[in-house]
Design a protein around this ligand. Structure first.
Ligand code: M6R
Length: 614
């Protein structure tokens, strides 16, 4: 949500900033703008809509190619997505320009105070209030960085702010509380952005900023302080992926590319997780084995697709460790007075590491003295930083708003955690853990073979492109897969899609079944229990009522042949690991169907990749 870029150095700032904004498009936005400090003035260009509109404006009214610059893609919260609400915002008289990601909660009170001083707003945004306040302090003679610290001390809410002063052509100043911001350290040039993708083509050296910090960026220096001006500790790190990872590489959509990257992403996430004797070693866990033995409850907290990964985790963790495991939507967690304490392990799952609901939930959990372990894909992001421990997934950058490789690697991390807890607590024998690890290591090849034979799924998407509604059914770990299949279709194809637990069908949803309604059913592997049999009879029930059944079943499962209108074959894997393969055709189906409908697959309407407001 909202993308921020700042640049100071010898290159044409306008090109670096707009180029960076383009790389942040995936975050979701509805207007874009840039401000350049040149020749003692601030020159501004901003436009509602996509960056193409800003490009057109810049082609008609070019900005100076010297000086320093800041830019912004806005995902509207306060005020409509129009030109005047777009960032950057100027202070009265135009001396200061400011961009912002987050929500300033006390903006009404501050706006009234400014109004009493005769300053009226030209936009409906909370951001302009901060630009005006900052302008007021700077006009009174305070240097920009001191002014930023003073203003930040007065703000409540979440904010990343980046500002420039036309009287100071060498300095970009930023502040961070909650919303993401990283520094890119170049050679004679420096960068600021919401995400390293914005500057990855210029440098792979980054600095992670902490909470309540102000950074002063000059071409040859980076200075970081607290809001009170004391020097602050920061963490420099090297970004371990390069520009090619942030490009489409011949695919029509990032999402499709990311689906095809899943064999590698899963393999990378499994890499280096055990010692020479086969014992699991999760280096990043940072919670002692003694503490892990004391845990009497696990609570998994996440949003959206990550929440569905958590639902799968519950089945695996409870089965392998016998520790009770709850799964909760982060947005609900802290508002219901949850029972967590020192013997609770809270596991948060977040691809971006910046989701505000999840972040607020872990802060609440830590206040209750629970231990927090983050499963996260983004190095340097806020959630792992504020957690006691982290398991990084190694999916590489996920640009498509719809999570794909992010989800599969989260599943892998959840399995690793479950197995590790089982090892520490002795609830599974070493050879059982090794056998599951060995099976996990076969998964990349299984996904690859699915992708190599995906044409029937593409054909199905063509056939179903005009369907107004699609249902998904699953049972056990197939249930979260059904939910994920439905979410993918909703967010990408904008059609009504629901996922149900197959056993719940007769308690209501079966009333939705009508002639030719497509229903995808995830069939569990044929095992020793009755799960498979139950799902087959669920398929019979819906087929008898006219549904067109699309059945996902393992390759030698012929009991489903008679009940499937369409059969999608899955590689043979054990029940708990089946989501790693069963999800893939559903991702491909949603991507292809949305693409055929002419939708923007990578940036679906109204959605943001990183949801940084509650
Ligand atoms: O970055 P996070 O994993 O915390 O994001 C959580 C959700 O916002 C995210 O999974 C969302 O549901 C995706 N658009 C799903 O494809």
């Amino acid at each position: 949500m909202c993308g921020i870029v700042g640049y100071v150095g010898p290159q044409a700032a306008v090109d670096v900033v707009v180029g960076g904004l383009r790389r942040l498009e995936y975050r979701g936005y509805d207007s874009a703008g840039v401000a350049i400090v040149s020749d003692g003035r601030i020159e501004l260009a901003k436009k509602a809509g996509k960056i193409a509109n800003l490009d057109k404006l810049l082609a008609d009214h070019p900005l100076p190619t010297d000086g320093l610059g800041i830019g912004h893609t806005r995902w509207a919260t306060h005020g409509a997505p129009n030109d005047s609400n777009a960032h950057p915002h100027l202070s009265r008289g135009g001396r200061v320009a400011l961009v912002h990601n987050g929500i300033v909660e006390n903006f009404v009170e501050l706006r009234d105070e400014l109004a009493a001083d005769g300053i009226t707003m030209v936009s409906e945004t909370d951001t302009e209030v901060v630009a005006q306040l900052l302008g007021q302090v700077v006009e009174a003679g305070t240097e920009l960085a001191d002014a930023m610290r003073a203003v930040c001390r007065r703000l409540t809410g979440a904010f990343t702010l980046v500002a420039v002063d036309s009287h100071n052509p060498e300095l970009v100043v930023a502040a961070r509380r909650n919303s993401p911001l990283v520094v890119g350290v170049g050679d004679g040039e420096n960068f600021l952005a919401s995400d390293v993708a914005a500057f990855i083509e210029h440098t792979r050296e980054a600095i992670e900023l902490g909470q309540n910090q102000v950074v002063e960026l000059r071409s040859d220096s980076v200075r970081v302080t607290t809001f009170d001006g004391a020097p602050a500790e920061v963490r420099p790190y090297h970004v371990d992926w390069d520009l090619s990872a942030a490009e489409k590489d011949g695919f029509d959509w990032f999402m499709r590319k990311e689906i095809y990257e899943q064999p590698k992403a899963v393999a990378d996430t499994l890499l280096g997780r055990h010692d020479s004797k086969g014992a699991l070693t999760l280096d990043e866990i940072r919670i002692s084995e003694a503490e892990l033995r004391q845990i009497d409850k696990i609570v998994v907290i996440a949003c959206g697709t990550s929440f569905y990964a958590g639902l799968v985790a519950k089945y695996a963790i409870e089965h392998w460790t016998r520790i009770p495991c709850e799964v909760e939507l982060a947005s609900e967690f802290r508002y219901r007075d949850p029972i967590v304490g020192p013997s609770t392990l809270v596991v948060t799952i977040s691809q971006s590491g910046e989701t505000a609901d999840t972040l607020m939930a872990i802060r609440h959990a830590r206040e209750q003295r629970a231990k927090v372990l983050a499963i996260c894909n983004t190095n340097g992001s806020t959630i792992p930083r504020e957690s006691d421990a982290v398991i990084y997934t190694h999916a590489g950058p996920e640009v498509g708003v719809a999570s794909t490789k992010g989800f599969l690697t989260q599943l892998v991390a959840c399995y690793l955690l479950g197995l590790y807890l089982a090892q520490v607590r002795g609830t599974k024998f070493g050879d059982e853990i090794k056998a599951t690890m060995a099976e996990l290591e076969t998964i990349p090849a299984a996904i690859q073979s699915l992708l190599d034979n995906i044409q029937p799924v593409l054909d199905l998407a063509a056939e179903f492109a005009d369907q107004p509604s699609v249902l998904f059914l699953g049972r056990h770990v197939g249930y979260p897969v059904a939910l994920e299949g439905a979410l993918k279709l909703k967010e990408l194809a904008y059609i009504h899609a629901e996922g149900f637990a197959a056993g719940e069908l007769k308690h209501g949803p079966i009333a939705l079944i009508e002639d030719q309604l497509p229903v995808f059913v995830v069939v569990p592997p044929k095992g020793r229990d009755m799960l498979h049999e139950k799902v087959v009879s669920n398929i019979q029930e819906i087929r008898a009522r006219g549904a067109r059944t699309v059945v996902l079943a393992e390759e030698d499962d012929h009991e489903v042949d008679a009940v499937a209108d369409v059969l999608i074959r899955l590689p043979k894997v054990s029940t708990l690991l089946q989501p790693l393969v069963a999800t893939v055709p559903l991702q491909v189906f949603a991507c292809e169907l949305a693409s055929r409908k002419g939708h923007d697959v990578d940036q679906p309407r109204n959605l943001a990749k990183s949801v940084t407001v509650e």
